[in-house]
Design a protein around this ligand. Structure first.
Ligand SMILES: Nc1ncnc2c1ncn2[C@@H]1O[C@H](COP(=O)(O)OP(=O)(O)OP(=O)(O)O)[C@@H](O)[C@H]1O
Length: 616
């Protein structure tokens, strides 16, 4: 990974490479125009001098007209150039932004595991790299460098003019500009460091802002009256960020104010000298014009050199985040092994796992076999490690010790994309996509995006077809009120919100699109459903599982009793396993849990009997 101490040359090469790949023609034009523009002020000054000296001297009318025309053309070029440059800069911004964003998210897509998404330092880098999509650091850096190059050309041109008129004055003006250059570079370093340090603060601020504006949190925030609490936390974070930025801004004002005073003193002194020299006839009126323009030009160009160099420097430092993300490489060891259809089964062999060395062990030596074609159920108390085991099966993480074998081959030796193509899943924290119903289901298998029949069949099996078909635009209705679809801008019925159970059915329909896969994982697939729907869904799931290898996790033990084998996970180990009947007969943790749940239902049926006048 590249760090903030990478050599500037390497960063520059990255910026140049991005720009060259994104928009070579625009870049070339921008470069040419910038350098041309650099010479314009010097040319205008010398043309003015020659014209003035010609006017007070003996120049012919034709000569004066030529000079006047050249001066007018220079003025026209100087007038048009900023607008063309601005357009070219904008175009470079857009094109480099597109490429930079694509590169960042291509890299993110390449992270096959989940660890990086849980690493706050990496998330900060990602956020800063993401920003480069809007205003690309590469273009800022190149623009800064071009601006600096332009300033150098202008400085050289004017310094040359000053040297002709007064070498000591040229030296004084140059020396007054050098501290400005150094100060700007130091200030930009400080600003880049400040932006990096503020990463976590801004992320928390954003989190509170999101929390206060999402419908998911709105209910609790209103009922618990926590709006003010979160708002104050958000403003607290903003104040912290503001204080850090204010401190850097104040430092800049102090430094730049002092430098501006120095520059004004040098210009004032120079002007007095020029006036005195003109009085003695050492300088012509044209020379005085050149002198005044040169002092102002050199000072302006040096200030702009310092500012542009500082901008370039700051952007190059920030470009490191882009480089860090795009060159982070895979987060899990990549392998190319083919993943043949499952024949024998999946085996967990002494699997130990913890999320990081600072976290406690979640799995502590799990030995488990899921034979091909069998339905295995995993039960256990909250935090027992069931969902973690599912994440290991999908290879979102690798076991810390031990191995998971697919027909005897370690998952680490298989191509992870191929492996995932063989898995269908409903996760406990399934996604609600702010997309149409059609797309929400089709995301389970993009090959079905244009296959209405398959989507409808999956929705029907999940018991959600009728509901979706009745929506204002049927399956094409947006399942969100987050934004408008282009086609429905004036329609008040745009966007529909589904209930929790309905969303769960949509997630199931998404999984049903993949149910021909070798391994079907269902992590709490019916947690949000009513009793009738749960029964109906489990019947459907049983059909889907028939003859397939499946792993079902559920806290409702009634739903898992028909599994071929039930595995009880406790404290990261397999506490017991067997069929429902065998486990009940064994009288262990499963029997105890089942007894507790059955007790609840028995109590409920006693209540029902009492209500209807039956029972005791
Ligand atoms: N990304 C993570 N980083 C760190 N710890 C985690 C992470 N995800 C889960 N854990 C921890 O791992 C343990 C097991 O969590 P897991 O979600 O696997 O349990 P579970 O058996 O599925 O629980 P539940 O029945 O509540 O869904 C918990 O203590 C949890 O805090």
């Amino acid at each position: 990974m590249t760090t903030a101490t990478s050599p500037a040359g390497r960063r520059l090469a990255v910026a140049a490479s991005l720009a060259r790949r994104a928009a070579p023609g625009t870049l070339g034009l921008h470069l040419a125009l910038t350098l041309l523009a650099a010479g314009l002020p010097v040319a205008a000054t010398w043309l003015t001098k020659l014209l003035l000296d010609g006017l007070v001297g003996t120049a012919t009318t034709g000569h004066l007209l030529t000079l006047g025309t050249a001066l007018a053309l220079t003025g026209m070029a100087a007038g048009a150039q900023p607008h063309v440059t601005q357009y070219l800069r904008g175009e470079l911004d857009r094109r480099i932004g597109l490429l930079a964003q694509d590169e960042v998210f291509r890299a993110v897509e390449g992270f096959t595991g989940l660890r990086r998404f849980e690493d706050p330092a990496f998330l900060d880098r990602l956020r800063l790299a993401q920003r480069s999509g809007g205003s690309p650091y590469a273009n800022q850096a190149l623009d800064g460098l071009l601006g600096a190059a332009r300033a150098v050309v202008t400085v050289v041109g004017f310094l040359g003019s000053l040297l002709v008129l007064s070498p000591p004055m040229a030296a004084v003006v140059l020396c007054a500009g050098v501290p400005a250059l150094l100060a700007q570079v130091l200030l930009s370093r400080r600003r880049a460091r400040m932006l990096w340090d503020l990463g976590p603060v801004e992320r928390r601020e954003m989190f509170y802002g999101d929390l206060l504006s999402t419908v998911e949190a709105a209910k609790e925030i209103r009922l618990f009256g926590t709006g003010r609490f979160f708002r104050e936390r958000m403003t607290g974070e903003k104040r912290t960020a503001n204080a850090a930025k204010r401190s850097v801004d104040r430092g800049e004002v102090r430094t730049q104010g002092l430098l501006a005073l120095l520059a004004a003193a040098v210009s004032g002194g120079g002007l007095l000298w020029a006036v005195a020299a003109a009085r003695t006839g050492a300088l012509t009126p044209g020379d005085v014009t050149v002198f005044v323009a040169a002092v102002a030009g050199v000072q302006g160009a040096l200030a702009s050199l310092a500012a542009e160099a500082a901008n370039a420097h700051q952007a190059l430092l920030l470009l490191d985040h882009h480089v860090a993300v795009t060159s982070a490489g895979p987060d899990l060891v990549r392998a190319r092994g083919e993943v043949p259809p499952l024949r024998s089964g999946i085996e967990l062999r002494d699997v130990w796992f913890r999320y990081s060395p600072d976290h406690p062990w979640v799995l502590r030596g799990v030995d488990l076999r899921i034979p091909h074609g069998s339905a295995l159920a995993l039960v256990g108390l909250n935090g027992a490690g069931k969902s973690t085991l599912v994440k290991l099966l999908c290879r979102f993480y690798d076991p810390t010790r031990g191995a998971i074998l697919w027909d005897g081959t370690d998952l680490r030796e298989l191509d992870v994309s191929r492996l995932r193509e063989r898995i269908g899943a409903v996760f406990q924290d399934y996604m609600h996509y702010d997309l149409t119903a059609h797309e929400n289901i089709a995301l389970g298998d993009l090959a079905a995006l244009d296959d209405e029949e398959r989507l409808r069949a999956a929705a029907a099996r999940a018991g959600i077809h009728d509901r979706l078909a009745r929506l204002p635009y049927g399956y094409r209705t947006l399942l969100s009120r987050m934004f408008f679809m282009d086609t429905e801008k004036d329609d008040p019925e745009n966007g529909v919100l589904l209930s929790g159970g309905e969303w769960q059915r949509v997630a199931l329909a998404r999984a049903f699109l993949r149910d021909a896969r070798d391994l079907m994982i269902l992590d709490e697939p019916s947690a949000g459903l009513d009793a009738e729907a749960e029964h109906e869904i489990h019947t459907s799931l049983r059909h889907a599982r028939q003859g397939r290898t499946s792993l079902l996790i559920s806290h409702r033990l009634g739903a898992v009793r028909e599994a071929d084998r039930i595995v009880v996970l406790a404290e990261g180990r397999v506490a017991e396993q067997g069929t429902h009947a065998a486990l009940l007969a064994q009288g262990g943790p499963y029997a105890r849990l089942f007894g507790l749940q059955a007790e609840g239902y028995r109590g409920a049926s006693d209540d029902t009997a009492a209500l209807t006048g039956g029972g005791s």
